[in-house]
Design a protein around this ligand. Structure first.
Ligand SMILES: Cc1cc2nc3c(=O)[nH]c(=O)nc-3n(C[C@H](O)[C@H](O)[C@H](O)COP(=O)(O)OP(=O)(O)OC[C@H]3O[C@@H](n4cnc5c(N)ncnc54)[C@H](O)[C@@H]3O)c2cc1C
Length: 226
């Protein structure tokens, strides 16, 4: 299984004004900056509010031709950075690294994209950058409001966008955890690549399900949000 990056120390940071901020759900925000750099869809940036606090990593959620560089995050009330990030306003100066990372899509193979929570961010970047749509995009969330950017996904992946919701019922939603959805899935294309993004817990559980179904280790590519 390929995994993403961990090292965040010694990242070079650049003062960058926040251009806009949007609250997608309570304590879940998109921050928009002016895109200054080229990047590969799936890459991350390091962000902090000050040089005193080690930056945290965030997947770029926007497309590589979009005017803005966007990140999606949820506030962790016990965290050091996200409560502060959630209070930022346009024109405030944040510290950003250049884009880096290797959670990039192999366009030559069919793929499944599997995300939990804010782990949906890199997949939005894939699609907005014009990369081929997946066989399925499977997104796990607790509530109806957890399916960030769902209008875009419904439009671009009309028949392969699967929302797995654990706490609420809704039209066209799978009721339950994405891991149950995968366990019950009988027509998975086992020779595809599987891109996983989210918590370590989700990634490990999904990886084990896929391996048990006969997917090989090399076909599972993961970005873990520590
Ligand atoms: C490659 C990568 C990409 C990521 N992309 C995203 C993304 O797109 N969106 C997103 O929302 N998140 C993403 N993350 C996670 C993000 O980097 C942060 O970890 C997250 O936002 C929390 O930051 P924080 O500063 O608020 O919390 P932190 O201060 O880092 O704390 C996180 C948790 O650890 C606990 N903790 C902290 N220090 C200690 C300690 N010493 N002992 C015990 N517990 C401790 C805290 O109580 C808290 O619950 C990504 C992570 C990685 C590695």
């Amino acid at each position: 299984m390929g995994t993403g990056i961990r090292a965040i120390k010694n990242l070079r940071l650049f003062p960058t004004p926040l251009v806009w901020k949007q609250e997608l759900a309570p304590e879940v925000y998109v921050l928009g900056f002016k895109r200054e750099e080229d990047f590969l869809p799936g890459q991350v940036v390091g962000i902090s509010h000050s040089l005193e606090l080690e930056p945290r990593l965030y997947s770029i959620a926007s497309g590589n031709k979009d005017e803005s560089l966007e990140i999606l995050f949820n506030v962790n009330p016990e965290g050091a950075l996200t409560p502060i990030l959630g209070k930022q306003n346009p024109r405030n100066i944040l510290q950003l690294s250049k884009p880096f990372g290797s959670f990039t899509l192999n366009e030559n193979r069919a793929s499944y994209w599997i995300a939990a929570g804010t782990g949906i961010a890199p997949f939005r970047s894939y699609l907005r950058s014009g990369l081929p749509a997946p066989i399925e995009l499977i997104h796990g969330g607790r509530q109806l409001q957890s399916f960030y950017f769902q209008d875009e996904f419904l439009q671009k992946i009309p028949s392969g966008y699967v929302r797995c919701c654990t706490q609420e019922k809704g039209e066209n939603l799978y009721e339950g955890r994405l891991t149950n959805y995968l366990r019950e899935h009988t027509t998975l294309q086992l020779d595809a690549n599987f891109y996983l993004c989210g918590s370590a817990e989700m990634v490990v559980e999904v990886r084990d399900i896929l391996l048990a179904k006969g997917v090989s280790y090399q076909q599972i590519i993961a970005e873990i949000y520590f």
